[in-house]
Design a protein around this ligand. Structure first.
Ligand SMILES: Nc1ncnc2c1ncn2[C@@H]1O[C@H](COP(=O)(O)OP(=O)(O)O)[C@@H](O)[C@H]1O
Ligand SMILES: [Mg+2]
Length: 307
């Protein structure tokens, strides 16, 4: 397998007067052609920032993204435009459909922009809509489609110019499990049968488990990269075991944050840090703790049981 995307030491710092957030702190990983990988983490962990940089929408503060042997972070704006138009299919967290155009017309837009003729664009758009199961709804406006259908339309649009890379930012965030599974089946198929390099961000372990590897992001850093088989994914161990393993993992994280809070309090008592510093670091830990607890409750695990 050849590497589809190599991400090396990616750093992103957002600054404004009186504001500085390090959204990514040296993130590195490789995704191969024909592989689908999920980036999993709580809200604010850096998923969208990461996908935007890989998709050429945003620039990193440091580090590189290598696609087909080329470092796209050195691309000029016109090169980036070509990259976004032809090589990347981006499925956004909030549907970015043109409300006044039908499903068919929405799917034709990227092809027209890329210079294809209308007849050819229309033919291909029809094929793509058939492939995502929207053949009979191609003349509908987005508002007359269900959430699941809109997201399938977003996939058809992302595939318009036959990109080698598919990036999907929480594509199942607004969907129920049945619809989420349908979306994931399409994305898995694109990787495994059509050789696309696919990255999906999610906060849902059930979604992450449908991918080949799970990259756990927390606070802008990779906590670990897991193979679903090894943590009891869709295959061997079955659903319940997988969920239990993830619950245990998250519980471990929570215990570690709690221990860090205790250490911090101890440092304050021993005058090793200033009260200012204490409050600042304590608040970060408190936020992290809350985020992990939210993950737990999403999994249906009792948070009370932890106390
Ligand atoms: N355009 C921006 N300007 C300033 N801060 C941002 C911007 N985008 C994201 N951030 C901050 O960067 C961090 C990571 O955000 P994001 O990548 O959106 O995470 P996620 O998608 O996992 O929720 C958060 O602290 C967020 O507030
Ligand atoms: Mg996001």
């Amino acid at each position: 397998m050849s590497p589809g995307i190599e991400v090396k030491n990616l750093v992103k710092i957002y600054t404004a007067p009186g504001y500085r957030v390090q959204a990514l702190r040296g993130v590195s990983f490789t995704v191969h052609e024909g592989e689908i990988v999920s980036v999993m983490g709580p809200s604010g962990s850096g998923k969208t920032t990461l996908l935007n940089i890989i998709g050429g929408i945003d620039k990193p503060t440091a580090g590189s993204v290598i696609v087909g042997g080329e470092n796209i972070t050195y691309y000029t704006e016109p090169q980036l435009r070509e990259y976004r138009l032809r090589r990347v299919g981006y499925i956004f967290q909030f549907f970015n459909l043109i409300p006044t155009l039908t499903a068919l017309e929405n799917t034709m837009v990227p092809m027209i922009i890329a210079g294809r003729g209308r007849v050819e664009a229309r033919e291909r758009a029809e094929k793509l809509l058939d492939a995502v199961g929207l053949g009979d709804k191609k003349h509908r406006l987005p508002e007359h489609l269900s959430g699941g259908e809109r997201q399938r339309l977003a996939i058809a649009i992302a595939l318009a110019n036959d990109p080698e890379i598919i990036l999907a930012d929480e594509p199942t965030g607004e969907l129920d499990l049945a619809n989420a599974e349908k979306i994931m089946e399409i994305l898995v198929e694109l990787a495994h049968s059509r050789g696309k390099t696919v990255i999906v961000s999610t906060h849902d372990p059930r979604v992450a488990r449908m991918t080949d590897r799970i990259i756990m992001l927390r606070d802008g850093a990779i906590e670990g990269i897991y193979e679903p088989e090894n943590i009891g994914g869709a295959g061997a161990m079955g659903e319940v075991a997988a969920e239990r393993t993830l619950v245990e993992y998250i519980r471990g994280r929570i215990e570690r944050v709690k221990a860090e809070m205790e250490t911090l309090t101890k440092m304050l008592r021993e005058n090793k840090i200033t009260p200012d510093e204490y409050v600042k670091r304590y608040l970060v830990l408190k936020y992290t703790l809350r985020a992990w607890r939210e993950e737990l409750s999403r999994l249906g695990a009792g948070v009370e049981a932890l106390e």
